[in-house]
Structure formats: C-alpha cells, structure tokens
Design a protein around this ligand. Sequence first.
Ligand code: AHR
Length: 512
Amino acid sequence: MSVQRVAVLLNEPIGTISPYLHGEFAEHLGECIYPGIWVGEDSPIPNIGGIRKDVVDALRPLQIPVLRWPGGCFADAYHWRDGIGTREKRPLRLNYHWGMAPEPNHFGTHEFIAFCRLIGAEPYIVGNVGSGTPAELRDWVEYCNFGGDSALANERRANGAKEPFRVRFWGVGNENWGCGGNMHPEYYAELFCRYRTFLFNYSDTPVHAIACGAAGNDWDWTWKFLNSLRRKGWSRRHLVQSLAAHYYCGTAGTATEYTTEQWTELLCKAKAIEGILIGHRTVMDELDPEQKISLIIDEWGAWHPVEPGKPGSGLYQQNTVRDALVAALTLDIFHRHCRQIFMGNIAQLINVLQSLLLVQEDKCIKTPTYYVWQLYAPHKGAQAVRFETLADTLSDGGAVRDFCRQQYLQKEPFSLQRIEGSASVNENTLCVTLCHTHPEQPAELEVQVLGATVSQAEAVFLTADDIHAHNTFEHPERVKPSEPQTVRVEDNRLYLTVPAASVIRIMGKLSS
Ligand code: AHR
C-alpha cells in the first residue's frame, strides 16, 4: 500500500475561511424550484406554507450560508413583479431559457425569503440586466430593503412582510457574455455602472453588488471589465464589491457510468478550478492591488449528460462518490485560497446539476455531495492554516492533465497519488479534510501536525466499495459517512488507513 504524507502547519495561518465559500444556488430550471422547494400549501406533501418540509429538515442542519436565486440564465428573463401578490393572480410565463416550461410564478420574492429563513441562509438575488431596466432593479431593492414609508415598501407590507428583507447581495445580471445578453465586457461594464448607480442603500443594509465575471479561463473578460471601470475613473471601483466567475468542470462518461480513466479525467478538470481562481485574482490584482473587489465563483460543479428519461432542459443528473470528490477537492482549494476568494456557490441545490438533494413526489434523498457539505462544515469561519502534501507527485491524467495545466494555469499537476486537502483551526479544534482520489488503491496516511500538540483525533470517511456508487430513492443510504473512528496519534503525527476513492475528515483536539 502506498504511504501518503501530509503536513499541517499551525504556525502558518492563511486567513479566515469565509463561510460564504460553502454557498448554494437555486434556479427556476427543471425540477429545482417546482417541486424541489415549492409544492404549494394544498399539496399532500408535508410543507411549511408551501415549502417542502423534508427539504427544510435536510438542509437546515447544514446551515448553508448563502443562497443565490432566481438564476442563472433565468434571472435575465425574470421580472420580479410577476412573483409578488396573490399567488392565483400571478401571471403564467414561459421559462424561455429552459425548454419553454410553464412558470407559474408561485415561488417569488416572499417565498424565496421564507425559504432562506427556514434553512438559515442569507439571500443573494440576481437582477435582470439582459431584458430588464435599471428602474426595475432599483425598485426590487427598495421593495425588499426599505423600512420606511414608500409605495414599494408599503406594497411589501400589504403582501405580508412588515419588516424589510434586508437583502445584502445583489447580482447585476448573470453570464452577460452569453445567455444574459451576449455582450462584450466593455459594454457590460457600461451597463453595470448604469444599473449599479441606482442600487441604493437602505437603512442597515448596504448593497453588496456582484458583477458578472468570466466563464472559466476567460481572463480577457476580467481584464476588460475592470479596465473599463478604470478608464471611466477608477473611483467607480466603489460600485463593484465582487466579481463572479463561473466554472463547470463538466463530465467524463456519464453521471453514473465511467471508466477509471474518466474518473481521473473529471477529477483533473475539477482540480483546474485552482488555476481559474488564481488566474482571475492575478488579473484583478493588477488593476486592484488592494483587493477592494472580491472574487466569487457563483456557479461551479460537475455537469453530466441529463439522466435518461428526463427532459434535456431540466439538467437532472445523478450524483456519485466521484461527484463527492469533485466537491471536496473544490472546497479544499477554496479553503487554501481563502484570502483570494470570498464566495462560492455550487450549482445547484436540488434536482439540477450537482445537487445536494434529489426529490421525487414525497421522497427526498441526500446525495454524496450533500455529505461533503456536512463533513466540511467545521471549516466555515475557522482559520485556515497551511496544508502541504509531502508525497512525491507522480503524474497521472496524461493529456487531460497537461491540457488543464496549460489552460488553467495549474501550478501542480493533478495526481491520483497525491492526497489533496485543507486544514483549519477553531479555538482548540483542528479540522483536516482530505481527498484520496485513487479509484482502486487504499493508502496509509500520515498527517504531521506542526505548531501545537494534538492530544486526540477521530476520522470520518465518505466512500463506497464501488466508484460508481450513488443514492437512489430505492437505496437512499448507499453512500453516507462512516461512523467516527479513533485515529492513532504518535509524536504529533496522525496515522490512518484511507480507503480508495474517499473523502476524509479528521477532527483533532489541540493543546499548545
Ligand atoms: O446552472 C445552469 C446554467 O449554467 C445557469 O443558468 C447559467 O448561468 C449557466 O450557464
């Protein structure tokens, strides 16, 4: 069995892990909102004011920090007034981007806020730039956030919400280089400034404006957008609080059928998000060296071919132990780079792309990705410390690896032999999360802890005996975390055997 060595350097703090790095995204797309979240008050499915109770019960313990809504591409075709007032009177629209599906507008602003409150998430609303107007977006902010006397605030009260919603995060369009209007970065920069000028702050809720960032490794978009702002007079920089890129690692094979080569290919592409993050931050730093504008990646994850029998526009896919590793690799990268990235939102919450939950009629199951969110939760708000892999880096992944390296500025090649991970400290608790990506071989792992004494530690594993394993409505617990196991601690080194294809979390007690 191979021996893998990693080191955790407690004397080398990186920064605080923004809880928003564990964010989520829910779009009016396929079965995410209907019936993933909303079934209506009259549904036989148990609900809280129309919102599925099983979904709330599953999500609340995760304490998801932020939820992005209503899209995605949907956002730039959405008119918020369609989704307020008496539900029966709301207009039936078409979901233009997603198969012209009927959109009843029963889940609108009030329902979204109610859902966020039920699961404990902060709302992040994406405004319509592609087919909307600055006044429409200005009014939405006032409707949500103004606590005083105005027609819009009073309309919100008449619709049942006495207190303002206090929405801080506002996206100014989505993918405006594509489905949000097919714009050039300079043109979008003009529009961004125009829209942003009218996003006013109300009472205690200053707007945190999120500009549309690049797709994948389109460094040009990042540069040209920020440079346009600079050309206007860099004082305009105060208008943009964050720039949000998107990166989907895509697929290799299908969601549930893949060879070991395809297993490696997908993980290699997932690891490429590290280069994306570093690349955009490097471009941003040239124009904004004080890092006043933060980087967000508000759509990421695996994108597999749609599940057979489901509509192509619904983006419904299964989720295996391979997807759990995609999620874990990504969160570990975010933690290690927590000084460079402020928020991350996996796509999407329920029934769409790399979801946390799958629901069908009155059933709700947790995916392997859900369990990564659960296991990685102690990192939120903790101090990230340096994590190093000491093992020799053997090359795997061949052509894909080289492609990823060149395209995405990866510093290190992806290797199945290399355990990836991150580490953080919260008071006297150490949390180390690791990805052992080899699909067949377990490994002996040694974690060397430097800078404090570890008195005891326990580990939890998320894995399965088959790399294609996933949860179904018939077998909902095929993939779930193991019971905690005591870890052998000797000379401040932790020793454990890690199964092939596994996500591992170690929690340790520290004394200095
Ligand atoms: O998440 C699905 C879609 O992917 C979103 O609507 C869009 O922003 C992206 O292209």
